[in-house]
Design a protein around this ligand. Structure first.
Ligand code: ATP
Ligand code: MG
Length: 168
C-alpha cells in the first residue's frame, strides 16, 4: 500500500501566505520525496481515545524498530497532541505513518482537527504559553520529543501538527 507524497506540504502552505505556520527541523537535509510505507488513523473524541492512541503509538514505534526510550518519547508526544485535540477542538484524528526516503526511516505522528485554530502559532510553541489554564508545555514538549514539527493552523478552520522522529 505504498503511496508517494511530498516530503512536506509546508512550503506550499507557507507560499499561500495566510496560514499560521511554524516549523522546526533538526538534523535536516533537503529530503526530497518521502515514501509512506504504512498509515494508521485513530479518531480522538474521548479520554479513552487518548489512552488508546498513546498505546497504539508506542506499539507502532516498537514494532517499527525504535529502541530504548524512543517509543516512550513518541507515546508522550502522541498523548500531548491527542489531549490538545480533545481540549481545544473536541474531536479530530491522529495519523501514524511509517515513512522513509533514500537516507532514513522514521515515524510521523500527525494530529488533525477542525477546531478553532491557533491565532499565533509561534507563541503557542513557547513553553508556558496556555490559553486553557494548563501548563502550556504540550506543544513545546512535542517539539523536544520529536525531531521535526510543522504546524499549520487557520483560525476558524482547524489545526494540523505534523511531527517526525527518525531512527538512528
Ligand atoms: N489543536 C489545537 N487547537 C487550537 N488551539 C490549540 C491546539 N493545540 C494547542 N493550542 C493552543 O496552543 C496553546 C499551547 O498548547 P500546549 O499544549 O502547549 O498547552 P496547553 O494544552 O494549554 O497546556 P498543557 O498541554 O501543558 O496541559 C494552547 O493553550 C492553545 O491555546
Ligand atoms: Mg496541551
Amino acid at each position: 500500500m505504498a503511496s508517494r507524497a511530498r516530503d512536506s506540504t509546508f512550503e506550499e502552505v507557507r507560499a499561500s501566505g495566510w496560514d499560521e505556520v511554524w516549523q522546526r527541523r533538526e538534523r535536516s537535509e533537503a529530503i526530497g520525496m518521502l515514501r509512506i510505507v504504512q498509515e494508521v488513523r485513530v479518531t480522538i473524541a474521548s479520554q479513552g481515545d487518548i489512552i488508546s492512541a498513546r498505546h497504539r503509538g508506542r506499539l507502532i514505534a516498537e514494532e517499527s524498530g525504535f529502541r530504548f526510550s524512543e517509543p516512550t518519547l513518541i507515546a508522550a508526544a502522541v498523548s500531548e497532541l491527542a489531549r490538545n485535540i480533545l481540549r481545544f477542538a473536541t474531536q479530530g484524528e491522529i495519523i501514524f505513518r511509517l515513512v522513509e526516503n533514500e537516507l532514513k526511516h522514521g515515524m510521523e505522528v500527525i494530529a488533525v482537527d477542525g477546531g478553532p485554530g491557533i491565532p499565533d502559532v509561534s507563541r503557542a510553541m513557547q513553553a508556558g504559553y496556555s490559553t486553557s489554564g494548563g501548563l502550556g508545555l504540550g506543544l513545546s514538549g512535542v517539539s523536544r520529543l520529536m525531531d521535526e514539527v510543522e504546524i499549520v493552523s487557520r483560525v476558524g478552520t482547524g489545526t494540523t501538527v505534523t511531527s517526525r522522529k527518525w531512527m538512528r
